[in-house]
Design a protein. Structure first.
Length: 231
């Protein structure tokens, strides 16, 4: 895509967060990376969605430096996005929200468990919650350390980021990703709905069991496996 196309893509993806009811005011952001150009396009900081246009999108290099001609500072979450892009090489776009039910799990510091096949169609197992950042990690380079703890969670728990397309940061909220900005946002929408389903299910039956592994395998792999047949 051309630079203008990238900016339009990111702009439209950010507006989709609003249309889907996942963000209010200046909350949340979407970014996309162009690895060949060595740039990230991301929502600028401090501007409400109603006031945004495509040309407002902020452009940086992979170290967070503004690219010539960029008018507005990038989202304060940029360093979180950079950490994900640097370590998860197949990720091409990232979405971040503070959607209600997903953020409730982040604040409870709990994984979002896989209770049914709706979850299994989209995420290959529980959606993890990171550990809490330490006082020292919070005091300095907070956003970088937030990105690092996301990466740490996937490495230590041996989770494939291209099978579990999202994470909750403890006490903060969800980040999702995908091969396109459309998929990154779609995964945010789905993660929020799955969170709501778990909360409702456990209100009905607090000790609801996890979906069986064989059913998880069937539902995820029929859609995402090499011999997928469900779209």
């Amino acid at each position: 895509m051309t630079l203008q196309e990238l900016k339009k893509d990111v702009f439209e993806a950010n507006l989709e967060l609003v249309r889907r009811g996942l963000v209010i005011y200046t909350w949340g952001n979407v970014s996309i990376i162009d690895r060949e150009k060595g740039i990230i396009v991301i929502k600028p900081r401090g501007i409400e969605y109603d006031d945004l246009c495509a040309d407002d999108m902020s452009i940086t290099d992979l170290d967070g430096n503004l690219v010539d001609g960029t008018k507005l500072l990038p989202s304060v979450d940029l360093d979180i996005h950079i950490a994900i892009y640097k370590h998860f090489k197949d990720v091409q776009a990232i979405a971040h929200t503070h959607s209600t039910h997903a953020t409730a799990f982040a604040q409870a510091r709990l994984d979002i468990p896989c209770l049914g096949t709706t979850h299994a169609d989209h995420f290959y197992g529980p959606i993890p919650c990171t550990r809490a950042l330490t006082k020292e990690e919070t005091a300095e380079d907070y956003e970088k350390h937030t990105g690092d703890v996301i990466v740490e969670t996937f490495i230590e728990r041996k989770i494939n980021p291209m099978q579990v397309f999202g994470v909750n940061v403890a006490g903060h909220g969800p980040f999702t990703w995908g091969a396109t900005s459309t998929l990154a946002v779609e995964n945010s929408v789905i993660l929020e709905e799955l969170s709501r389903m778990v909360i409702l299910t456990r209100q009905i039956k607090s000790d609801s069991t996890l979906l069986e592994d064989y059913a998880l395998d069937k539902h995820f792999l029929r859609k995402h496996g090499k011999n997928s047949y469900f779209y």
